[in-house]
Design a protein around this ligand. Structure first.
Ligand SMILES: [Zn+2]
Length: 403
């Protein structure tokens, strides 16, 4: 069998025919001829006049341990539609790419699943290259239907750089758990841009939106989705409860013999009752026995958590009223204050429960974004982090070339 025939079969390059193969310092260079002679602009326009030609190479998937390159004589055309000279579109690579689509898809697939250092080592590319590739892959596969059929959504902000000045606004679909919109900043404009993308018809479908309590999002929601119920994220309510409990506990610091003991106890009271280890549970029971006020505060925290966990939604209203009354009469200042805050936000809290979005999905997404940060995906800019969010949380399906 001839070498070019073998490579033709092995690589099966869409729209290309292998002419020759050479082994160089950089790896295997496969000369490819375009099957179609028609000159096609990336915009879709075709032309007969060739502006000029030059040799271009694309990195393809490795052959064993050897790098592989596709090489062809590429033409440029003076596109009347684009109004400028552009390089013709080849079927095996995305416009402007220096890697084949198969190579890029493998990078994207890997980045959905593992950290960037692994990807750069395995694929032998730089971080910057990965960033550029992921952008193209996301643009190529992002589901344009993601804005259809949105009924219950959540909006949250994420701070992506230390110092707390750089924010992204993230909108997620509670029903699919997918991120549908990312905008720079934590402003009303950031959410308004989402509603404008959605358009009036799809805005009218939205039944509920979850957010944090002190929210700047209320105004854009009142303008664009006035019919939607505002729901408050359980996460923030629980944070409040934990803060109140913490404050009760801190005031007792002197009663603990050692700092270590104090820390262990603090960790125990913060943990949800259902997640306590045997030893922590013991510690907690002892602490609560010795200090009735703290025990009472802990119970109030746990009872508030239960509204999202074990209480049937049909009983939620009564349960919450009852809880507010108990907190009000607790004679614990921190919980009396909490009771007032909860009363103020009662409707939003109950909406969340009745809408069935108390599972904290949006917060789950927030936690995942923080994980992306941790994995070191080099999001020094809002744009790179945005791309990574779509890649990993946008439920983008990337086909592997090894089908
Ligand atoms: Zn064009």
């Amino acid at each position: 069998m001839r070498v070019s025939t073998a490579f033709n079969r092995m690589l099966d390059i869409p729209g290309g025919l292998v002419q020759d193969v050479s082994f160089t310092d950089q790896g295997v260079v496969v000369d490819v001829r375009l099957r179609k002679r028609r000159l096609r602009c990336p915009c879709g326009n075709t032309s007969k006049a060739v502006y000029d030609r030059k040799i271009r190479r694309w990195r393809h998937l490795d052959l064993g341990s050897t790098r592989c390159w596709l090489q062809t004589s590429i033409r440029r055309l003076d596109c009347v539609r684009c109004g400028r000279v552009r390089t013709e579109q080849v079927p095996w690579a995305r416009p402007g790419a220096r890697h084949t689509q198969d190579f890029e898809d493998v990078i994207g697939w890997l980045c959905q699943r593992t950290d960037r250092t692994t990807v750069t080592r395995l694929m032998r590319v730089t971080w910057r290259t990965v960033t550029r590739i992921v952008k193209r892959v996301v643009d190529g596969y992002v589901d344009n239907g993601r804005l259809d059929n949105l009924y219950r959504i959540g909006v949250d902000e994420i701070c992506y750089r230390r110092g707390g000045r750089d924010y992204l606004t993230v909108v997620a679909d509670h029903d699919t758990g997918r991120v549908v919109h990312v905008a720079e900043g934590r402003t009303q404009q950031a959410l308004n841009s989402f509603f404008l993308d959605l358009g009036p018809e799809r805005c009218a479908q939205v039944e509920a939106i979850s957010m944090d309590m002190a929210s700047i999002w209320k105004q854009p929601c009142a303008t664009h989705i006035p019919q939607a119920q505002i729901c408050f994220d359980p996460f923030h309510i629980i944070v409040w409860a934990n803060q109140a409990l913490d404050s009760v506990f801190r005031s007792k610091r002197r009663q603990h013999n050692s700092h270590k003991q104090w820390q262990r106890t603090r960790a125990a009271i913060r943990t949800g009752a259902e997640n306590l280890s045997v030893s922590r549970r013991k510690l907690l029971e002892e602490t609560n026995r010795n200090d009735q006020k703290l025990g009472q505060a802990w119970m109030l925290k746990e009872d508030l958590r239960d509204i999202y966990r074990t209480i049937p939604p049909s009983q939620a209203d009564n349960y919450l009223n009852d809880w507010i009354e108990r907190a009000n009469n607790s004679q614990i200042q921190e919980f009396e204050t909490l009771a007032r805050r909860i009363t103020k936000h009662k409707t939003g809290i109950l909406n969340t429960i009745h809408q069935g979005i108390s599972n904290g999905r949006s917060e789950g997404i927030n936690a995942k974004i923080r994980l992306i940060n941790k994995r070191g995906y080099g999001h020094h800019t809002a744009a790179t982090l945005t791309t990574m969010i779509y890649l990993t949380l946008g439920k983008i399906i990337i086909p592997l070339p090894t089908k």
